[in-house]
Design a protein around this ligand. Structure first.
Ligand SMILES: *Cc1c(COP(=O)(O)O)cnc(C)c1O
Length: 219
């Protein structure tokens, strides 16, 4: 079942779109089933849970942190994580940089944008992000690398609302790339799309989809 679900999602994606299998709340056996079916990129949203799974899964798993991250949990996430999708404030990026510096690594990150109508969702506004990217503070952060943007669309039935929000995120990506990363070959990623809306996200330019329940079942 799980393998079939995974392959169904995978086969519905264009070759240039990465599938992150969101395994939060799911037991290791489920992750290993996906691993044995060829999946390598996994997404988690709780630092402690991801940390424990990282100690118990093969070394070639690519870990994606997608949840809200408090500063006191940064040290759990930075050592073994491939990409942090959910940088939603200046202070968080400063803290991630500090931790990466201690480990002598460059931590790849995405800037999370608030594109949904729900206030409960996290993320920068475009104005705040631009101001931050212009700042000397940002330029001083040598141990983080911004690889693109991430966002979550509103949880609504109206497909047009969702599509407009993804389109806005793609516009933010284009604007930031032009203004700040025109020469950076690493600024390439748009993380958008979940189980309910990933097909729309792909149509609107997603390069990474984060799919959980369609693969692992309801949580
Ligand atoms: C849980 C989660 C997902 C996956 O959600 P599904 O609807 O189960 O596919 C994707 N992105 C984020 C940020 C999440 O927290």
């Amino acid at each position: 079942m799980l393998k079939e679900n995974l392959l169904n999602v995978k086969n519905s994606l264009p070759a240039n779109v990465k599938l992150v299998a969101v395994s939060k709340f799911k037991p290791l056996e489920d992750l290993m089933d996906a691993y044995n079916a060829g999946q390598r990129a996994f997404g988690e949203n709780r630092p402690q849970e991801m940390f424990e799974k990282q100690q118990n899964m093969p070394d070639d798993v690519e870990w994606h942190f997608i949840g809200s991250l408090q500063s006191n949990k940064v040290k759990l996430v930075v050592p073994k994580t491939f990409l942090i999708h959910s940088i939603d404030s200046r202070s968080l990026l400063v803290n991630v940089n500090k931790e990466a510096e201690k480990l002598n690594k460059i931590m790849d990150c995405l800037l999370e944008f608030h594109i949904a109508v729900e206030e409960s969702k996290h993320g920068f506004s475009i104005d705040d992000a631009v101001e931050f990217l212009k700042s000397d503070e940002f330029k001083s952060l040598k141990n983080v690398r911004i690889r693109g943007v991430m966002g979550m669309a509103s949880f609504v039935d109206d497909e047009n609302v969702v599509r407009q929000e993804f389109r806005r995120l793609k516009d933010y990506f284009d604007l930031i790339k032009t203004e700040f990363f025109a020469d950076a070959d690493y600024f390439t990623e748009i993380s958008m799309g979940m189980s309910g809306d990933y097909k729309i996200a792909v149509e609107e330019g997603s390069t990474i989809v984060r799919v959980g329940s369609l693969i692992f079942g309801a949580r």
